[in-house]
Design a protein around this ligand. Structure first.
Ligand code: NAD
Length: 357
């Protein structure tokens, strides 16, 4: 089989970490007799420097023509003072909208080898956790009508949350399908004791769930979910929730896992193509120094194999290789501790992963 992958290296550490992921993909291609062909496109600050805009049309066209997109990170101090409409981050919003990406998948898990970096209590850490946040990305209160007006007590502001049945159905399907590739359990998070959108959300999720009799679905109120994530994260497998609740809870989930340099993400739309990227930014403070932790981007490539190409076995192999590296004590500077004998560079960590594949 052959797959076309659009690469957006972006700014800061972006080029280094995308190169690392490509090394790992090449090893997988060799092992499984696959062909990955790569085409690089500009987005973010480097695109502003080269073309005057953060997301050139050629990048959008290239991504639409590819089977999937792997992105490093965009942005940096050089472009921080530009007006909002030509900031590097506009490229991310533009890509989401051009590719019709309405689902965000963020796994968060505890690596036993890094348990000391977890801020939770030892008895909770001992149980471990491995969850997948599925966040609706293009609807809800972030995209609803809003405004300012004169109210009873003077000037006031208002925002509205609206969700259509169609929007909830498609995110529910994304979560239920993802659960089938995991432990077959979905917890749907809402605020159905207060919000009408949540009541529609809840009834729609359960109706769609009838199509997935092998997956169990439970509801949880968002306030309880925020507590359970720190008290008992091991009870979560797949979590599905709205844009705003997902924004907040996915950051909480990434914090409890202890290291930003390890967390991948995927944004999906209709069909198989998606945008795969680490959750961290362009780390300008260490850019160009071969110090970045490449694991979040390598794991993003593994998500791409799983969700875009249905290559679950290859994805499992990458994840096991990363687990093995960490268990064997391989550490880049961001995850090193007092027991670390040698701090690895970005390229050395990449070699360690490739060696275990
Ligand atoms: P950041 O994630 O880039 O960095 C925060 C800290 O984490 C820094 O100390 C950095 O060195 C460290 N870090 C991040 N990734 C690392 C890795 N892989 N290995 C080792 N250390 C790592 O966040 P920031 O400093 O707030 O933002 C820097 C720039 O990135 C800004 O311009 C911001 O807008 C942009 N940004 C881009 C994205 C994206 O492209 N998706 C996301 C967040 C921030």
């Amino acid at each position: 089989m052959s797959y076309q992958i659009a690469l957006i290296k972006g700014d800061g550490i972006g080029p280094e970490i995308v190169e690392s992921a490509v090394c790992v993909l090449d090893r997988i291609a060799e092992k499984h007799h696959l062909t990955f062909s790569y085409q690089s496109y500009l987005a973010g600050g480097c695109a502003i420097d080269a073309t005057g805009e953060p997301l050139p049309q050629s990048t959008v066209d290239g991504c639409l023509a590819a089977d999937s997109v792997l992105l490093g990170a965009v942005g940096g101090p050089k472009w921080d003072t530009l007006p909002g409409n030509i900031r590097p981050e506009r490229a991310l919003l533009g890509l989401r909208s051009a590719l019709g990406l309405y689902t965000n998948l963020r796994p968060a898990r505890l690596y036993p080898a890094l348990k000391d970096a977890c801020p939770l209590r030892a008895d909770i850490v001992a149980k471990g956790f491995d969850l997948l946040m599925v966040r609706e990305l293009t609807g809800g209160i972030y995209f609803g009508e809003r405004g300012r007006r004169e109210g009873k007590f003077g000037p006031e502001a208002w925002d509205t949350e609206a969700y259509s049945v169609m929007e909830v159905e498609r995110i529910a399907r994304a979560a239920l399908s993802a659960a089938r590739k995991r432990r077959k359990s979905v917890i749907s998070i809402d605020k159905a004791n207060v919000l009408e959108t949540s009541r529609l959300w809840r009834e729609t999720v359960h109706r769609v769930a009838e199509e997935y009799p092998d997956v169990t679905v439970e509801d949880m109120l968002v306030d309880n979910a925020a507590m359970q994530l720190v008290r008992n994260p091991s009870r979560f497998d797949v979590v599905v929730t709205s844009n705003m609740f997902g924004d907040i809870l996915s950051d909480e989930a990434s914090q409890i896992s202890g290291s930003i340099g390890l967390l991948p993400s995927a944004s999906l739309g209709e069909g198989k193509r998606g945008l795969y990227e680490p959750i961290h930014g362009s780390a300008p403070d260490i850019a160009g120094q071969n110090k970045a932790n490449p694991l979040a981007t390598i794991l993003s490539a593994s998500m791409m194999l799983r969700y875009a190409f249905d290559l679950d076995e290859a994805a499992n192999e990458i994840e096991s290789a990363v687990d093995a590296c960490l268990a064997d004590g391989c550490r880049t500077a961001d995850i090193a501790d007092t027991n670390t004998e040698k701090i690895l560079s970005c390229s050395e960590m990449t070699e360690e992963v490739v060696r275990r594949l």
